[in-house]
Design a protein around this ligand. Structure first.
Ligand code: AMP
Ligand code: ZN
Length: 482
């Protein structure tokens, strides 16, 4: 595929160090709170990228960390540990917070059809490896001890790699949220590899180390976790655009200094989901979650559809109206797929193969998922039988993961249950043919006709309590169990 690389600022043909096998690393969530739908935009697009690489025939080894220690409230190593903030907020231990929100994160991922990476590693589970890497950096002269902490010395680098294509605003993150300046640093960009108790006395999680009891910096965890599970040569590193600096820049500094050779050539950064009033942020208090979308009656996959309609390298604005439009389009699409008749003839394999090439041409151009969705609509208009169209959609859904044919099958089954019964007056009740419910629906219609609206509402409420929703349509009522 052709992929934009934020390290080179160019779109190039993607290749892997070991031909055919991609070592892929993703920065995982900081589990001090629920993931917001902005975080999940990044994970949806990274999931589409992984699945597209598999679709093209690559084998992919995908690794992700869980940040359960070391991420301070400012990305620039100042402030308080985010996990500690979560524990204090909820009067729980840091480990309870980590476990709960890690579970919540994967629940959200499941609802959004995001595949779980091949390896998921909580940072607290790999402390000896972090210590080994920090020691290696000290031994090679890339780190120093000051004020009780171990720092990476950026002045030792020939080039402190900075990704130039992120917004000024993202670069300012540390400055905006930043608190005090760390006077132990020799150079402005130096960063902490290991904190000792001399700072943040109340840190709940601490480990013994050659430099005193303490805990790792945020950046070292990703370098060490990737080294352990991806090996010395990483092909593709992913994250949200705010991770480009300082997090990814510092990962490169550590990994290349430790390894003594270039580390990861490809960098994939997803731009932000913003609300009308700016960047979405967990620390701002109220934020949008998958559960909130569900409470408001949205299908999480409608949110995935919404994300796939836009390119990952453009900021995306979230409004309820935009989500309504996406959900409407998604439902209509499912209805169109449901109208196809499975097994109406043999699958035209040549047509499926031709569509696959078209899909690759679209999505394989810098993960253009929006054109991938256009390809779905185009497939519905093909001059082939329905079985072939369904086979094409199943094929595309290996990447899009919108459950197109699965939801369509469920809709067909639901629709098949609907039985329409028309009485002498021409009033039609459509439902599952349950005589008791049909009778109540008719009684409500009679009450309405007689102007007894209180009784009509009482019947509707009674049915609702029993999980039956009514929809008034011209000439009758459709009822459904919800
Ligand atoms: P965190 O849990 O804060 O470590 O973030 C998890 C992932 O979400 C990281 O890859 C971030 O870069 C990404 N991210 C944070 N905010 C947003 C946003 N508003 N839109 C898209 N991705 C985001
Ligand atoms: Zn990371």
């Amino acid at each position: 595929m052709y992929l934009y690389n934020s390290a080179t600022h160019r779109k190039d043909l993607f290749t892997a160090h070991t031909p055919g096998r991609v070592e892929m690393y993703t920065c995982g969530p900081t589990v001090y709170h629920f993931a917001h739908i902005g975080n999940l935009r990044s994970y949806i697009m990274e999931d589409a990228l992984e699945k597209y690489l598999r679709y093209e025939g690559f084998e992919v080894n995908r690794v992700m960390n869980i940040t359960d220690v070391g991420h301070l409230s400012s990305d620039a190593d100042t402030g308080e540990d985010k996990m500690l903030m979560g524990a204090r907020r909820e009067h729980k231990t840091v480990m309870e917070i980590a476990q709960f929100y890690t579970g919540a994160f994967f629940d959200d991922c499941r609802k959004l059809n995001i595949r779980t990476p091949d390896t998921v590693q909580p940072a607290t589970g790999l402390i000896p490896e972090f210590i080994e890497m920090v020691q290696g950096l000290l031994d090679k002269g890339y780190a120093y001890i000051a004020g009780g902490n171990v720092y990476f010395d950026t002045s030792r680098l020939q080039r402190y790699h900075v990704f130039f294509d992120h917004d000024e605003e993202d670069l300012q993150v540390g400055v905006r949220e930043g608190v005090e300046e760390d006077l132990s640093k020799r150079n402005k960009n130096d960063f902490v590899l290991w904190f000792t108790r001399s700072k943040f006395e109340d840190q709940a999680l601490k480990w013994d180390s050659p430099w005193g009891v303490g805990y790792p910096g945020w950046h070292i965890e990703c370098s060490a976790i990737s080294l352990k599970y991806n090996g010395e040569y990483l092909d593709l590193h992913c994250g949200g655009i705010d991770n480009a600096f300082p997090h990814h820049t510092n990962e490169i500094a550590q990994s290349e200094s430790y390894l003594g050779h270039p580390w990861c050539p490809w960098w994939f950064h997803v731009h932000h989901l913003n609300t009308g009033d700016g960047k979405m942020s967990k620390s701002k208090g109220e934020f949008l979650t998958v559960s909130l979308l569900e409470q408001r009656g949205y299908d999480p996959l409608a949110y995935r559809f919404f994300c796939l309609q836009s390119h990952y390298r453009k900021a995306l604005v979230f409004t309820w109206e935009n989500l309504d439009n996406a959900q409407g389009a998604y439902r209509k699409l499912i209805a169109r797929v449901a109208a196809l008749r499975p097994g109406d003839g043999p699958v035209d394999e040549a047509a499926v193969a031709a569509q696959r090439e078209k899909f690759k041409g679209a999505v394989g151009n810098d993960l253009n998922t929006s054109l991938g969705i256009t390809a779905v609509y185009d497939a519905l208009k093909l001059a082939v039988n329905d079985a072939t169209k369904l086979a094409v959609l199943d094929d595309f859904d290996r990447v899009l993961s919108l459950d197109l044919t699965k939801k369509a099958a469920a809709k067909r089954a639901e629709d098949a249950k609907a039985i329409a019964a028309t009485d002498a007056s021409g009033f039609t009740v459509t439902g599952e043919g349950d005589p008791e419910i049909d009778a109540l629906v008719r009684a409500r219609a009679e009450a309405k006709k007689a102007g007894n609206f209180a009784e009509a509402d009482r019947i509707r409420d009674e049915l609702r309590k029993n999980g039956v929703e009514l929809t008034d349509v011209p000439g009758g009522v459709i009822w459904k169990r919800v």
